[in-house]
Design a binder for this molecule. Structure first.
Ligand code: AMP
Length: 279
């Protein structure tokens, strides 16, 4: 496995790979890798000839007051995991390489960024769309892999690629969970043992949404009320949002028919967790 820190070196390698007629799969990450990330790498390995993983803690997707400085970093462990799971190249540039001294250009995907996480994280998706557009331009992947855990992010990237005519196939993969249901996240390491137990209320709420829907409930208000109750039963859990939205538009639905997404963001102490389920 190769490790590249500069854009030029990665581009040269990819040019060489493509000249041999090979397809490139791309998995963008912020590192602190867990099974969720690794599932994307393994999938990319199955579906493409040459797998590039990027590890870059993207400063422009953190909002003021968020945890950029504290974000977990463990590059050596990540490199090992990438190699073991089928990555051919890890691209790990620093911020200077990605943004230089003067950076003036941003990608702003509208509409689908207004609700859910976009409502409480102003500028977050602009930062995500901008860095992924740059990484797509650098890597020129045939296919790119994202997790459904960040469903709004995946929708933003899909729309950006469509609107900007970036020739990449976006694949969105299932959420990988711990045995007890908590969605894997790099931020889970911040949870104290007590908070880790409390964090299960998020998955509990999503399971309840599923159960309500299975019994035929079609009024999102009733499902949301039940979900909120489960979360708020946990002392110290704070709700940022609990929503039932259309899978494509990410807009709240007034009545459920067909499959929709139940999504929630919850704070457990200082840790912000998101999760969703299709019901
Ligand atoms: P991050 O490093 O948090 O920016 O995540 C990089 C990619 O991994 C994104 O596409 C995430 O959606 C995906 N991802 C993170 N956690 C999970 C998970 N538990 N299951 C599946 N994909 C995940």
């Amino acid at each position: 496995m190769y490790k590249y820190k500069t854009i030029k070196s990665l581009r040269n390698k990819i040019k060489d790979v493509k000249s041999k007629g090979k397809t490139v799969g791309f998995v963008p990450t912020m590192g602190a890798l867990h099974e969720g990330h690794l599932s994307l790498i393994r999938r990319a390995k199955k579906e493409t000839d040459f797998v590039v993983v990027s590890i870059f803690v993207n400063p422009i997707q953190f909002c003021p007051g968020e945890d950029l400085k504290k974000y977990p970093v463990n590059l050596n462990k990540d490199l090992k995991l990438c190699g073991l799971n089928g990555a051919d190249v890890v691209f790990c540039p620093d911020a200077k390489v990605m943004f230089g001294n003067n950076f003036f250009t941003y990608v702003d995907v509208r509409n689908i960024t207004e609700g859910l996480c976009g409502a409480s994280r102003p500028g977050h998706f602009r930062g995500v769309a901008t860095i992924v557009a740059k990484l797509f331009n650098i890597t020129a992947p045939d296919k790119a892999y994202f997790g459904r855990k960040d469903a709004q992010q995946a929708a933003v990237i899909r729309k950006m690629s469509e609107d900007l005519n970036i020739p990449v196939k976006i694949n969105v993969m299932p959420i990988v969970r711990e045995k007890d249901g908590l969605a894997m996240s790099s931020r889970n390491v911040y949870l104290s043992p007590e908070e880790r137990k409390k964090a299960l209320c998020l998955y509990g709420a999503l399971k309840t949404a599923k159960e309500f829907r299975a019994k035929g409930e079609a009024d999102p208000k009733n499902i949301i009320a039940a979900m909120r109750k489960i979360i708020l039963r946990e002392k110290g859990a704070e709700i940022e949002y609990v929503s039932i939205v259309d899978k494509e538009t990410l807009k709240s639905v007034k009545r459920i028919s067909g499959k929709v997404m139940a999504a929630a963001a919850v704070r457990i102490g200082a840790v912000r967790l998101i999760d969703n389920v299709i019901i």
